[in-house]
Design a protein around this ligand. Structure first.
Ligand SMILES: Cc1ncc(COP(=O)(O)O)c(C=O)c1O
Length: 463
């Protein structure tokens, strides 16, 4: 029976609250060392963390080390890692090939602000995988999307950009717009609101970014045509080909092809933000997996195999503005030798065709194992995944965009699942919108740990 055909059990809210309180207390008990470190950290490190996405009540879980598919926290708890550095560590921790490459590079000098051969070799391999002729490096996903948008604006001579409502593309002002807002503020589907995400972002900057719903090419086209009528033809559409921050939302059949058609027809640059999908869902990312070719892509996270490295790819025509010196695509640490050495080892020795076959098989095991639990206990939800990425979406109906996510996701169940996982040796990505990332060093036995923790929660919820 499919999720659409069955009526899921109704989960008692009081039971969720009771289990959440019990599991929170249990986690506090297991992580006293993190608690102590937090007390020290918060005196100098703001909120005790290096990035606000690492904040947690009552304290963050401080990690000590990671090897293969496992990490250890400062209390010595061993956790199988499904968080994998927000999806950066598809190679697994301390992979011998990456460690060797980085170690060798360390002894030969780590920074020159001049290109090295590794930077060329990696660009050649990215060209082969994505079929885009020109590449540049940056240090993060945010820098990649920021520079890609600047290039698109320079190529077209236009300012407005279009993004998908709810999508995250990094922390610069152009794209910190219309993400994670309360359901009531989304606005009309054909006129979604440009809302700054957090304080400090000028409304005038946010207004240059126009959100449209995912999986609705007709709505995108209507909005673009209106913008053209208003004299605000967009420079680019920036989007993930599969959304990776509402759990996972796959493109409906024909959607990406239609977007490609619309952007081509109107002379708008199509940017696939592959910071999460790139290298994680196929050798050539979403571009390969879904068979639709954008004008530009942005990469980061898994590209550096644990070192801060990002890249921007584009056609020769697009990069003409960089090569002619019209756009300054710059950065002191761009193409840092350590990062490109790690990327080279990753691309040629780790993320091989066999690695992708392994990830596909592993994820199939995990997704179908979670789905079997959902079916057995008749939970409101479904399991979904692609290559190394997947999640359980706690929603009685399919999520196709931000609107359906906000209306249907059971966030309290997502929070409870995270606590259940942590207390049973599963390090899962925090946040209601996140997914797991498997690494090439994971095994089916690792996935079984995840499935067992999930089954325990399902049994207790429905007891
Ligand atoms: C799709 C996407 N683009 C861009 C970014 C920003 O990357 P970074 O955090 O490296 O700046 C993220 C980060 O989660 C992302 O998921």
């Amino acid at each position: 029976m499919t999720a659409a055909e069955r009526t899921p059990v109704s989960i008692d809210r009081a039971r969720i609250a009771e289990l959440t309180a019990r599991e929170s207390a249990r986690l506090d008990e297991r992580t006293q060392g993190s608690g102590k470190l937090y007390e020290r950290a918060r005196r100098t490190l703001s909120a005790g963390v290096a990035s606000s996405y690492q904040m947690r009540d009552p304290w963050p879980i401080y990690l000590d080390r990671g090897v293969g598919a496992a990490v250890w926290d400062v209390d010595g708890n061993r956790l199988t890692d499904f968080h994998n550095g927000f999806g950066s560590m598809v190679q697994g921790h301390a992979h011998p090939a990456i460690s060797k490459a980085v170690r060798e590079r360390l002894d030969d000098g780590t920074h020159f602000a001049a290109p090295t051969e590794d930077a060329v070799v990696v660009a050649e391999e990215l060209e082969r995988r994505w079929g885009l002729g020109r590449w540049r490096y940056v240090n993060s996903g945010s820098e990649a999307t920021m520079d890609a948008i600047r290039i698109a604006r320079a190529v077209t001579g236009r300012e407005t950009i279009v993004k998908i409502f709810g999508s995250y593309h990094g922390h610069h002002d152009y794209v910190m717009v219309s993400i994670g807002v309360p359901y009531g503020s989304i606005g009309d589907r054909d006129n979604l609101a440009s809302l700054p995400y957090g304080a400090g972002i000028p409304q005038s900057v946010a207004d240059m970014t126009i959100p449209v719903p995912f999986n609705d090419a007709a709505a995108m086209e209507r909005r673009i045509e209106r913008l053209i009528d208003e004299g605000r033809k967009p420079a680019c559409v920036i989007m993930e080909a599969a959304m990776m921050n509402l759990g996972i939302v796959l493109p409906e059949p024909g959607y990406l092809e239609a977007v490609r058609e619309i952007t081509r027809k109107h002379g708008i640059i199509l940017i696939f933000d592959e910071v999460k999908t790139g290298l994680c869902i196929a050798a050539g990312g979403a571009t390969e997996r879904f068979g639709v070719k954008p004008d530009m892509v942005t990469l980061a996270k898994a590209l550096g195999a644990g070192l801060p490295l990002g890249a921007i790819g584009g056609t020769e025509e697009v990069f003409e503005v960089v090569e002619s010196g019209k756009v300054f695509q710059v950065g002191t640490y761009n193409g840092n030798p350590l990062g490109v050495a790690a990327a080279r080892a990753s691309l040629f020795e780790v993320m091989t065709p066999q690695a992708y076959a392994h990830l596909d098989a592993l994820n199939e095991h995990l997704v179908s194992g979670c789905q079997a639990v959902i079916d057995r206990y008749n939970l409101p939800g479904y399991a979904i995944g692609v290559a190394s990425k997947g999640c359980v979406t706690f929603s009685p109906s399919k999520i196709v965009d931000y609107e359906t996510f906000k209306a249907n996701q059971d966030g309290e169940l997502a929070d409870l699942a995270w606590l259940f996982n942590l207390n049973r040796g599963v390090f899962m990505t925090p946040g209601r919108e996140e997914e797991w990332t498997l690494s090439v060093q994971h095994t089916t036995a690792d996935c079984d740990v995840f499935i067992a923790a999930f089954e325990e929660m399902a049994a207790e919820l429905t007891a």
